[in-house]
Design a binder for this molecule. Structure first.
Ligand SMILES: [Fe+2]
Ligand SMILES: [Fe+2]
Length: 140
């Protein structure tokens, strides 16, 4: 359900591999949401979000490094989008999560919606721009 589709591929192997992992994390978030046997999801959610924070940080630094290497003209704007995503992820408030099954599920659902919407939109509308510029640069 949450996996790489042909249109998400940039053609840069390392970047595609990292995007694939991010979709896997979205899939894990979905699995957590639909898990009806786990009555307290707090620990899993905290674990998942810290994995997301760490992994996106690594991915973003790789992307920004690549953008610097090709002299990408939109690097500042792009990096600002990455920082905004990181801020939003760290805004998920786990201290007030509570033990209520339904309210925990609401938080997982919110995370899943935010993550997948951002990931797809960002890859298609923002990542593809530096990919295009990188490829154009190579042919000159
Ligand atoms: Fe990306
Ligand atoms: Fe990006």
């Amino acid at each position: 359900m949450y996996e790489m589709k042909p249109e998400y591929y940039t053609g840069i192997a390392a970047i595609d591999q990292e995007h694939t992992r991010l979709f896997e994390l979205a899939q894990e978030t979905h699995s957590l949401l639909t898990n009806d046997t786990l009555l307290d999801k707090a620990d899993s959610l905290v674990h998942l979000i810290s994995e997301l924070i760490n992994y996106t940080r690594t991915h973003f630094s790789h992307e920004e490094e690549y953008q610097r290497s090709i002299g990408y003209t939109g690097i500042e704007e792009h990096a600002a989008m990455h920082r905004k995503f990181e801020d939003k992820l760290s805004e998920f408030d786990f201290d007030s999560l509570g033990e209520d099954f339904n309210s925990q599920n609401e938080t997982v659902e919110e995370l899943l919606g935010f993550l997948t919407t951002w990931l797809i939109t960002h890859i298609l509308q923002a990542d593809m721009l530096y990919v295009k510029e990188g490829k154009a640069g190579k042919t000159i």
